[in-house]
Design a protein around this ligand. Structure first.
Ligand code: SF4
Length: 292
C-alpha cells in the first residue's frame, strides 16, 4: 500500500502570509484584533485563532474598535473607505497576487474597457475585484452565461485567482465568439495552477484520492471536482475523522491533496490515520516552492 501526498497540497503562499501576519499582530498589540471575514476556510484554524483572542466579523460595522485585518481575498475600495471612516487600525493582508489583479482591473476600468470576471460572484475575492472595477465588471461563472453575451467591439476577461483553468479556457472561447477584440488575462495564480495540475496528475496514478479541506473553501471544492472528473473514488473530507473503512477497500495506492486553506497538520493527520490501519512510511513527494 502506497500513500502519496500531492506536491503543493495545502496552505498557499497568500493564506500562509496572512496567518503569519495576524499571529504577529496579536503578539504585538494588546487591544482587539479582528479579521474582516474568516481568515481561512478551515474551522480548526478559526477555532485556534479565536482561542488566541483573534475575532472575526462579517462587516466593518460589527467591529467596534482596535485592529482590523483584511484577509488574503482583498476588499473593494468602498470597504477601505468605511474602515477609514470608522478610524480602525487597518492591517492589509491582501495576497500580493490578488492585489496585482485589483490593480489591473482598476487600470482597465479607467480606460473604460468592458471587463468580464470569470468566477464565483459570491466569493469575497470577486466582490472585491468588482469594487476595483468601480462596479463595471460583469461576472460569469458558466459557459452558458457567456453564450448570452451580446456582440461587442472590445472586452477584457480575467479569472478569479483560484478558478479551474479548464473552465476559464471554455468561457474565454465563448466570449471570443462574441467579441472583436478580446484581451484575456490568465489571472489564476501560479500556485493554484500548480496544485490543480499535481492533483489531476495524482488522480491518474492512484485508485482513491482524498481532498482535505473546509466545506466552505471554494478552491478545495474545485480541486475535488477536478479530481472527481478523472477518478470517481475521490473523497472530499474536512478532517481525518471522516475517513471510513469502505473508502480504503481494495485500494493499493492512495492519493492525498488539499486546498489553499488546508493546514499541513490536517494533511498529516489524514496520512497518519490511513497509515494506522495500513503500512508505515507514506511517500511524501517534494513540495514546489510558492510563487512570490
Ligand atoms: S490562492 Fe494564490 S492568489 Fe489566492 S491567496 Fe493563495 S497564493 Fe494568493
Amino acid at each position: 500500500m502506497e500513500i502519496i501526498v500531492a506536491p503543493n497540497a495545502g496552505l498557499c503562499y497568500g493564506v500562509k502570509r496572512a496567518l503569519n501576519l495576524v499571529r504577529k499582530i496579536r503578539r504585538q498589540r494588546t487591544g482587539a484584533v479582528t479579521t474582516l471575514g474568516d481568515l481561512i476556510h478551515n474551522p480548526g484554524v478559526i477555532q485556534e485563532l479565536k482561542s488566541q483572542g483573534i475575532g472575526s466579523a462579517e462587516t466593518p460595522e460589527e467591529i467596534p474598535e482596535g485592529t482590523v485585518i483584511i484577509r488574503s481575498h482583498g476588499v473593494s475600495p468602498e470597504v477601505y473607505d468605511i474602515l477609514e471612516r470608522r478610524r480602525l487600525d487597518v492591517v492589509d493582508a491582501t495576497c500580493p497576487i490578488v492585489h496585482r489583479i485589483q490593480k489591473r482591473i482598476a487600470a482597465l476600468a479607467r480606460r473604460n474597457i468592458e471587463i468580464i470576471l470569470v468566477g464565483d460572484r459570491e466569493h469575497p475575492e470577486i466582490r472585491g475585484l468588482v469594487g476595483h472595477s468601480r462596479g463595471k465588471a460583469l461576472v460569469l461563472d458558466t459557459e452558458e452565461s457567456a453564450t448570452l453575451l451580446p456582440i461587442a467591439k472590445k472586452r477584457a476577461a480575467l479569472a478569479q485567482s483560484t478558478l479551474d483553468l479548464s473552465l476559464f479556457k471554455k468561457i474565454v472561447a465563448e466570449i471570443l465568439e462574441r467579441t472583436a477584440e478580446l484581451s484575456a488575462f490568465n489571472t489564476i495564480c501560479q500556485f493554484t495552477q500548480a496544485r490543480q495540475k499535481s492533483t489531476s496528475e495524482l488522480a491518474r496514478r492512484v485508485e482513491a484520492l482524498f481532498i482535505v479541506g473546509g466545506r466552505l473553501s471554494s478552491n478545495t471544492a474545485k480541486l475535488y471536482h477536478i479530481s472527481r472528473r478523472i477518478l470517481p473514488r475521490t473523497h472530499f473530507i474536512e478532517s481525518a475523522a471522516e475517513i471510513r473503512p469502505e473508502m480504503l477497500e481494495g485500494v493499493e495506492r492512495i492519493g492525498i491533496s488539499g486546498g489553499a486553506s488546508t493546514p499541513p497538520e490536517a494533511i498529516d493527520k489524514v496520512v497518519r490515520t490511513i497509515r494506522a490501519g495500513l503500512e508505515p512510511n507514506p511517500r511524501m513527494e517534494k513540495n514546489v516552492p510558492c510563487p512570490k
